[in-house]
Ligand binder design. Structure first.
Ligand code: URA
Length: 468
């Protein structure tokens, strides 16, 4: 039996080095005991010297990047089996190429669920942590208490350092505390809630936290309360203000975005809008507005410059987009890229997104077959596209296909009748409707496919030409 001792429950580096060494020696998963610190996780954990095996001189095989990404998330989980499960996956990868893409495999499924729980916990800490101000030797210091479900505090530290770079703060949790003095991050033992100050969270800090403009979870109070487990409520005195928040929510949201855009115009494009967009994307990563988030790998948010004059809206991510986390990178994306280039449109200058942000599919054996989103899913997801539109304010929006058109216009649009002419969106702004690139891929007749493709390119060119 081999015993590997990790220094902390989230000690990814030691796990990786040990796993590499063990895999190179072809040590079977059942012969390894993983333990954290001097806490044996198994009856036999006293055996062996507890040191991880040295990393193999020649590891013999390389693992896909997706494995390392998955492992980095799973290690942060509170699942006691996580080290062993990951090591089992690593040993199987040697023989089973393509295992990472096999979403039907029970081990992959289990690890995906664990990774998703960790991502949600990371998101919750970012969204729901509240700082209180304390006097500290005549100086201000900000202290927050948080109870994560998983071992995410260290992994989340860089986020808080970035957001609150100029403040001095501490985040206290039961397992560990982290402290930022404006220059360096230090770590201390866990704490109790009694160690953290009580009282109102600091409004100014809120503003820094959310870049003074934007926090959808806070503004959309209904969504916030739905998402927020009760255990966070007690740390958030503003939950007592729900009625007032509800009353002004939509108007405030619009004002905040307007302010961000106005500031951009004074301070250069990309400043606050970029921060607002980052916050929005971050929020979307934890979206549970409809059940599609459950089987999907991740939210696929839009991408492109926040000052893009042209926005394209597709239907939903496909299999490849779901794995890559980026819109239009699969077969339909290739048709789209080619057509954009022929229409003289630079993809890096436009914003590309989808009406529905999670991949809807039907599992058939190992394959995930695209399933069309329903109106309930389109309507649930419209919230995100409205935020993207408010933030980016494109001069022209192009709906690629019926799902996008339904999302943007709020009703069913007949593509054949509405395509190829300039229209107005219900909320203002010029829009065009054209076909979805995957429709072009499905046409069996070669001549018709070529004709339809040429028409698609022509419509992209016309939409582009309407830019001021
Ligand atoms: N189809 C879409 O509508 N969007 C994508 O991102 C990929 C395929």
């Amino acid at each position: 039996m081999r015993v590997v001792t990790l220094s902390e429950p989230d000690d990814f580096d030691t796990w990786r080095d040990a796993a590499r060494g063990l895999a190179a020696e072809q040590v079977p998963p059942d012969d390894v005991i993983w333990q954290v610190g001097d806490q044996p996780t198994d009856l036999f954990a006293g055996e062996g010297n507890g040191r991880p095996p040295a990393p193999a001189a020649s590891p013999g095989f390389s693992v896909p990047r997706a494995f390392l990404d998955l492992a980095r998330s799973v290690i942060l989980s509170n699942e006691p089996q996580r080290f062993a499960l990951l090591y089992t996956l690593l040993t199987r990868l040697r023989l089973e190429r393509g295992l990472m893409e096999d979403r039907a495999d029970p081990l992959m499924k289990r690890l995906d669920v664990i990774a998703k729980q960790v991502r949600r916990d990371i998101h919750k800490m970012r969204a729901f942590l509240r700082f209180r101000e304390v006097e500290d030797g005549g100086d201000k210091r900000f202290v927050a208490w948080f109870e994560p479900d998983h071992h995410i505090v260290r992994a989340n530290a860089a986020f808080f350092v970035n957001r609150f770079a100029i403040m001095r703060w501490s985040i206290l949790t039961p397992e560990v505390s982290i402290h930022w003095d404006g220059k360096a991050l230090t770590e201390g033992p866990g704490a109790t809630k009694a160690d953290a100050p009580d009282g109102d969270p600091v409004e100014e800090v809120w503003k820094t936290y959310y870049a003074s403009i934007f926090n959808p979870a806070r503004v959309k109070v209904g969504a916030m309360l739905k998402e927020m487990p009760r255990k966070y409520w007690k740390n958030m005195p503003e939950t007592a203000l729900v009625p007032q928040l509800l009353a002004g929510a939509q108007a405030r949201e619009v004002r905040m975005i307007e302010t961000a855009r106005a500031q951009d115009h004074h301070g250069g494009i990309g400043g606050n809008s970029q921060i607002a967009w980052d916050a929005l994307r971050e929020e979307a990563m934890g979206c549970t507005r409809c059940p599609l988030y459950k089987p999907a790998t991740q939210t696929v948010f839009g991408e492109g410059p926040v000052d893009a004059p042209l926005m394209f809206v597709g239907e939903q991510p496909g299999d490849q987009e779901d794995l890559a986390g980026r819109p239009f990178v699969g077969p339909a994306g290739q048709v789209f890229d080619r057509a954009l280039a022929e229409a003289g449109v630079d993809r890096s200058r436009v914003y590309v997104t989808n009406a529905v942000k999670h991949f809807k599919f039907e599992q058939r054996g190992k394959r995930r077959i695209h399933d069309k989103p329903g109106t309930g899913e389109i309507d649930a997801c419209r919230w995100w596209i409205e935020q993207e539109q408010m933030l980016i304010k494109p001069q022209v929006t192009v709906a690629l296909g019926a799902t996008a058109a339904r999302s943007l216009f709020g009703k069913t649009m007949t593509i054949g009748r509405e395509r190829g002419r300039e229209m107005q969106l219900p909320g203002g702004g010029a829009a065009w409707i054209t076909v979805h690139p995957s429709y072009l891929l499905r046409l069996p007749d070669k001549a018709q496919a070529e004709e339809e493709y040429a028409r698609f390119v022509a419509e992209l060119r016309m939409a582009h030409a309407t830019l001021a």
